[in-house]
Design a protein around this ligand. Structure first.
Ligand SMILES: C[S@@+](CC[C@H](N)C(=O)[O-])C[C@H]1O[C@@H](n2cnc3c(N)ncnc32)[C@H](O)[C@@H]1O
Length: 323
């Protein structure tokens, strides 16, 4: 029996609500899909087939979290580790399918672990400008006896055009506690004194240490084996798209990018081969109709880990003043 605090979404297909299953799109033929019908939907099927059915030059931002080059079981799909050359061929297949769909100003983020990156980066650099490599410090990782434990992931930030692309740095500020508050003429310099402590809103770097992987007590958590956090998706979406833009995720999993896009007023198209993962993603999209909070992103800024109490106070104060 699950504990009451365990919010994990892990129903099986037999228990998937009808209003969830009814929303998922199942393309039946090779024709171009109707852009209006697929916008803000999850398409169930194989991306390598479906990408060719999407309207060209329509995507502002692609968030791509493909199977890493590891043995992994995804409901219905056993991904087998390949040699680097084979993984590059696999990557080139989805890159070639995604490229025609991108607008000339589009950005692309690709997720990987360090080993996958060795094969991935040289291939990506043939098709895109690599703008940055973000290190996401995850706190969870399997211990290793004869090696250093892995507790980081790479996020490759790519653009189609080297100079023309969206980047909203002011929208992704990070609220940090001030350890050594500096005063000038008795006044706080670049930080705020609040009832809850001293804070400074800083511009983010390419080292992200403020984001945990989803866990069982979080409303966003599902049974997907490699689900990304909404807070992480929120950073890339806010920085690299504008409200109303169209976001593509061809390996959508349990829908983290799609749900976050919806919460932040962007449009989206997700593709996922597993109907079960599509259903978990759609269930979360339906939840977002009533609750658009993103854990760790409160009051228009990203908070450090272990600051839930401060964030809750802000949310409660806002609720009180709205009454
Ligand atoms: C790394 S996971 C993505 C997780 C996702 N970002 C999330 O937050 O839930 C990769 C996903 O790609 C799906 N997948 C793999 N190959 C696919 C294909 N050819 N077409 C569609 N989906 C595919 C897998 O089922 C898996 O859910």
């Amino acid at each position: 029996m699950k504990s009451k605090r365990n919010k994990t979404i892990d129903f099986d297909l037999a228990h998937a609500p009808k209003e969830v299953l009814d929303k998922i799109i199942h393309p039946e033929n090779q024709h171009l899909l109707d852009p209006k019908a697929i916008r803000d939907h999850i398409v169930n099927g194989d991306s390598f087939q479906i990408l060719g059915q999407l309207p060209p030059a329509s995507i502002d931002l692609a968030l791509i979290d493909p199977p890493y080059n590891l043995d992994k079981h995804y409901d219905g799909l056993n991904f087998k580790q390949m040699d680097d050359q084979q993984y590059q061929q696999y990557t080139a297949r989805w890159v070639k399918a995604v490229l025609p769909l991108l607008k000339s100003t589009a950005s692309v983020y690709v997720f990987a672990d360090w080993q996958t990156s060795i094969a991935l980066a040289p291939l990506l650099s043939q098709y895109f400008t690599i703008q940055n490599r973000i290190t996401w410090q995850r706190e969870k990782g399997r211990g290793a006896k004869a090696n250093w434990k892995n507790s980081m992931e790479d996020i490759w930030f790519l653009t189609k055009d080297p100079h023309h692309y969206t980047f909203n740095i002011e929208d992704v500020k990070q609220r940090r506690r001030v350890i050594a508050p500096y005063r000038q003429n008795g006044h706080a310099k670049d930080w705020q004194e609040t009832k809850r402590g001293r804070f400074r809103d800083t511009l983010p770097s390419n080292f992200w240490d403020d984001i945990s992987i989803p866990y069982w007590s979080m409303a966003e958590n599902t049974g997907h084996p490699t689900q990304k956090p909404e807070k992480l998706m929120a950073k890339v979406i806010l920085a690299s798209s504008n409200p109303g833009d169209l976001i593509l995720d061809p390996f959508a999993g349990a829908g983290s990018s799609l749900v976050t896009a919806k919460k932040l007023g962007r449009h989206f198209i997700g593709i996922e081969q597993s109907l079960l993962y599509c259903a978990w993603g759609q269930y979360r999209l339906n939840m977002a109709n009533h609750d658009s909070r993103i854990q760790g992103y409160t009051d228009g800024v990203f908070w450090e880990r272990n600051t839930m109490a401060q964030q809750k106070r802000i949310i409660n104060n806002k609720k009180k003043s709205a009454k």
